[in-house]
Design a protein around this ligand. Structure first.
Ligand code: NDP
Length: 239
């Protein structure tokens, strides 16, 4: 039987890319979204529709979902993974950076949910997987706005689950600790980036993107009557 469509936001690198590779290898058709379309296309995954979508653009997201559903059938899962981490000290950081983090990490997640939820509720089948962070459960230095955005993702997931559980829609939060990806590279303060790298070195190897993709796949592939509500995972040496 043909496997159902899975949508992955932020599939052009890191956790999203690893998740796309893993789910594709299992035979799922995919809708892959990010701004760097060339990186999505370079993955060259079979049965994968790649679209250049900024998750803050709700209309573009909605249109890409409609196009993929016309091609592959109704979406059974959304991996709401796109995110940015711009670490900074409150009194120094350019407010445009908070704006961008809240836009992508919070509004982008809500846009993704909105694009698929009504269909899932009507079909009484579907899974929404929100990639939050350990920084959505506890705080870290220089993380004020990032933690704010990820605590919001946790709250959105919890409250959404209460709203849709009776419609047989699962809501799952994935909360990784430090993962080796491009994420830190966007932080503009060199001293904060260097401090974070030094903190990572004290732990030895941190998680690989594939470790988080494993958790996403495991949670999704549980039977539909089982909702793994949250997975928190981190390198063993992360305090
Ligand atoms: P990467 O920087 O490697 O990946 C981020 C992805 O998000 C990219 O594909 C990027 O694509 C996409 N993205 C960013 N902004 C937008 C946007 N406006 N619209 C669409 N896509 C966007 O980092 P990770 O893989 O580490 O991050 C994935 C998720 O995991 C994030 O939500 C992050 O907060 C979370 N996380 C990461 C941790 C880590 O230590 N790495 C720890 C805990 C959570 P493009 O630039 O092409 O648009």
């Amino acid at each position: 039987m043909r496997k159902p469509l899975i949508i992955i936001t932020g599939a052009s690198s890191g956790i999203g890319e690893a998740t796309a590779r893993q789910l594709s290898a299992l035979g799922y058709p995919l809708l892959l979204l990010a701004r760097r379309i060339e990186r999505l296309q370079a993955l060259a995954l079979p049965h994968a529709l790649c679209r250049q979508v900024d998750v803050t653009d709700a209309a573009a997201l909605q249109a890409a979902v409609a196009e993929a559903e016309a091609q592959y059938g109704a979406a059974d899962a959304l991996v709401n993974n796109a995110g940015v981490m711009l670490l900074g000290r409150m009194h120094e950081q350019d407010p445009a950076e908070w704006q961008r983090m809240l836009d992508v990490n919070v509004r982008g997640v809500l846009n993704g949910i909105h694009a698929v939820l009504a269909g899932m509720m009507a079909r009484r089948h579907g899974t929404i997987i929100n990639v939050s962070s350990i920084a959505g459960r506890k705080t870290f230095p220089d993380h004020v706005a990032y933690c704010g955005s990820k605590f919001a993702v946790h709250a959105i997931s919890e409250n959404l689950r209460e709203e849709v559980s009776s419609h047989n829609v699962r809501v799952i939060t994935i909360a990784p600790g430090a993962v080796e990806t491009e994420l830190l590279g966007h932080t503009t303060s060199a001293s904060i980036r260097e401090g974070y790298e030094a903190w990572k070195r004290t732990m030895g190897p941190v998680l690989r993107a594939e470790d988080v993709a494993d958790a996403i796949r495991y949670a999704y592939e549980a039977p539909q009557n089982v909702c793994i509500r949250e997975i928190v995972l981190a390198a063993t040496h992360q305090p």
